[in-house]
Structures are given as C-alpha cells and as structure tokens.
Design a protein around this ligand. Structure first.
Ligand code: GP9
Ligand code: MN
Length: 411
C-alpha cells in the first residue's frame, strides 16, 4: 500500500470540503429509500413524445417544494452498467474502465455506505427481482455491509406479471411493501427497477403513451417503458404514504446509466431535432436524473450544480447528519457550496460549469461550440488531475488498499 499516503493527502486537500452544508442533518434518523431507475436519462424529463408528456410524475417532482432536482447530474459507469452505478453510490470510488468491479474485486475491503450507516444503527436492504448471483450481488452486497437482499426468490413471478428481464416494476414495488413494512427503522433501502431495460419490451395494456416513430425500435420502445416506470414510482409513493413510511423517510431517485447508446444517434438526432449528435451532445446525453425528495422540507428547487454518482455517498451521509472522519472517497456533498468543480466520466472525459472535455476537444458548456485553441488551457489544466484521480481510485481497487487503512468507526 505504498500509494496510500499520497492518496490520503490528495483526498484531504483536493476532495474534502470545508464546513457543512445547510442541509447537514436535515434527514437525521429518517429512513432512506433509494430508487435506482433503470436506464433513465435526463432528456426525457420535462419533455414530450408525439405531443404527450413522458414522465408526468417525475416532471411534477421537478417543481415540487419537497424535492431537489439535479439537471446536470452525470452517470459515471462503464461496462459494469447497473453494478457500476451501485459501486459509485455506495463507495464514492470510480468503477473500473474494464469489466465489472462487482465481479473482479468483489472480495476487496470497502468502507461503504451500508456499513457506515450500520454503525449508526441503520438496517440496510436491497430489493431487486433478479437472480441473486447476477453481477455477483450475493457476494458483493454483504461485503458492502448490506444486511439483506430481497432477490428474485422473494417475489412471486408469473407469466402475467413479468416481461423482458422479469418482474414488472409495478408488481415489484407492490410486492416489496410487505417486506419494507417489517424492517426495523431507521433503514437504508435500495430498490432497483427492471422494466425499463433494453430492449424495452412492454405489454400492450401497460403502454400509456405511443411509441416514437424512427428507424430505431430501441428508441421508439423506450418512451412507453419510461412512462411505465414513472407510473410505478408514482404508485410506490402512494404505497409508502398508505403504509405510514413516507413522512419519516427521504426518497432518492437516480438514473443508473444511459438506456439509448450511440448506435441510435440518427434516431436520437431526429427526436432531439438536431442535425447530428456531436461529441458534446453525446456527453450531455450521459446526464441521468437525480431527485432528492425530503417530505415536509418545502425548500426544494432545480439545481444546476455539475454533479455525478460519485457524490451520492457524501451527500446521503450529510443529509443524515453523519460525519465520517478520515474516510477515503472522491465525491462531494452536493449541497455544500465548497465543491470540486468537475465531474469525471470513466473514459476520462470531464465536465465543469464552463467546459466539457471529450475527444481531445474542449467545448463550451453552454453552447457546445469547440473552444478556441488559444483558450484551451481551461481544459488542459484539468486533464492531468483527472488522470491522477482516476488512477488513485484504481490503485485502491487493484491493490485492495483499504486492507491497510485503520478507519476510525464513529461512536
Ligand atoms: C440486472 C439489472 C440490469 O440485475 O440490474 O443490469 P444492466 O444490464 O442495466 O447492467
Ligand atoms: Mn441498469
């Protein structure tokens, strides 16, 4: 672990934020209900298809006083897709540039959110109606400190309540309620949806809006399944209220990664009414929605902060009023003004409030125009830092460096 001292110093000087956010402790002792929304991308939010709203419920949340909506929140996943997004959220470390870290380094020592919350008296569980060994979750979850995994076997899956990858989201949330109601509070729970997954199959009777019309069936099918997920989340909010679990919880909804790959750029440019999808547009399409819903809060707003999945662990800890000393992580509390000014994608691209760097080109964040050669310093100043940061995160994973860290436990 010879890199550890430099990594610690980097985290202390370049990552750690000074002071606390105004929202520190706002959700102290509340339950956390985290919804990992499969393939949900930001371009559908407050948008229409064939003149119809795609996500009426989530659109309502963007205007809701109890909700913060982050419009510039990026997924940072690679080949491990959903599992990479889980890894980012729980650890505030980057996934690997190849393979799924859930598989390749599932036995490592981590200092993950479920474990830290466990130290504070939280019970933690994951709800996901897929085979428990998919992505090595049955090994990885206990290692991250999750107390229980309600996998496919916890659900009644029939030919009528399933499609595509398995149990339909509406039935998934409905069947989860009986378990959720038995959990000891406070709890940290993660619900991973499944219906809005490539190739976006949906039964006719579950389609509330029409398919799109383009040369890509993938994009065409995407909109009705996104709407189905929107409805299933709305229904879940109602179920939480009916069960008396809503008021004393915070609900976080986050898209896990893109659903529409660049193979569908032609159809995507048609939908977005653009001549072509530029490398800049491609990066902007990596935005996934993040909603932080705090019942009774009343001060929610739309946030344009440049943010990413790496930020979830410190943000959740701060909302719950939990301080962890000498932790090692690469994200920031999204509600703290003192923030890192960049978000790094796993391929080395990065985003700041002024620039987007991709394909060796520095683009203006607002206009998408390539920045003039004379001004590209703005981006090149960060390229080295970006490599350092990704490298440190990789060092931790490849070297299993947390074996050598004596994390002080709270309490
Ligand atoms: C599998 C589900 C989907 O359990 O999380 O995984 P993905 O294909 O999106 O990575
Ligand atoms: Mn996924």
């Amino acid at each position: 672990g010879s890199e550890l001292p430099s990594i610690k110093e980097y985290v202390e000087t370049d990552i750690e934020q000074s002071g606390k956010s105004e929202l520190f402790g706002i959700a102290e002792d509340r339950n956390v209900i985290f919804i990992s929304a499969e393939s949900l991308q930001s371009f559908v939010i407050n948008n229409t298809v064939n003149g119809q709203e795609i996500t009426p419920f989530l659109n309502g949340l963007t205007e809701d006083g109890d909700t913060y909506y982050f419009e510039n929140f990026y997924h940072q996943t690679e080949q491990g897709k959903t599992s990479d997004s889980e890894f980012l959220v729980e650890n505030s470390l980057y996934p690997l540039s190849r393979g799924a870290v859930f598989f390749t380094h599932g036995q490592n020592e981590y200092h993950a959110l479920p474990e830290l919350l466990g130290n504070e008296g939280y019970y933690s569980a994951v709800f996901h109606a897929n085979n428990k060994s998919f992505y090595n979750r049955d090994q990885m979850y206990p290692n991250l400190g999750f107390d229980y995994f309600y996998d496919e076997d916890a659900y009644e899956v029939t030919s009528t309540n399933s499609i595509g990858w398995g149990l339909k989201d509406k039935s998934f949330f409905e069947q989860s309620m009986k378990y959720l109601q038995t959990l000891e509070e406070p709890f940290y729970t993660k619900f991973i949806t499944l219906t809005n997954h490539f190739p976006f199959e949906l039964d006719e009777q579950d389609q509330s809006i029409d398919r799109y019309d383009s040369n890509s069936n993938t994009l065409n099918n995407f909109f009705p399944t996104v709407r189905y997920m929107d409805e299933s989340i709305e229904q879940f909010f109602t179920q939480l209220k009916d069960a008396g679990l809503y008021e004393n919880s915070i609900i976080i909804i986050m898209g896990d990664h893109y659903g529409i790959s660049s193979n569908h750029n032609k159809a995507m440019s048609q939908y977005l009414d653009k001549e072509e999808i530029t490398p800049y547009d491609h990066v902007q399409l990596q935005r996934v929605p993040l909603f932080v819903h705090i019942p009774g809060h009343g001060e929610g707003e739309v946030k344009s902060t440049i943010a990413g999945q790496i930020d979830m662990k410190p943000t959740i800890l701060s909302l719950l009023g939990i301080e962890v000393e000498d932790d090692i992580y690469f994200g920031n509390d999204l509600f703290n003004e003192d923030r890192k000014e960049y978000i790094i994608l796993r391929n080395g691209d990065f985003i700041t409030k002024d620039y987007i760097y991709t394909h060796d080109t520095c683009y203006n964040f607002e206009t998408g125009a390539p920045v003039e050669e004379s001004q590209t310093d703005a981006c090149s100043q960060l390229t080295e830092k970006v490599e350092t940061e990704l490298g440190y995160s990789d060092d931790i994973i490849y070297g299993d460096l947390f074996r050598f860290v004596d994390f002080k436990e709270a309490n």
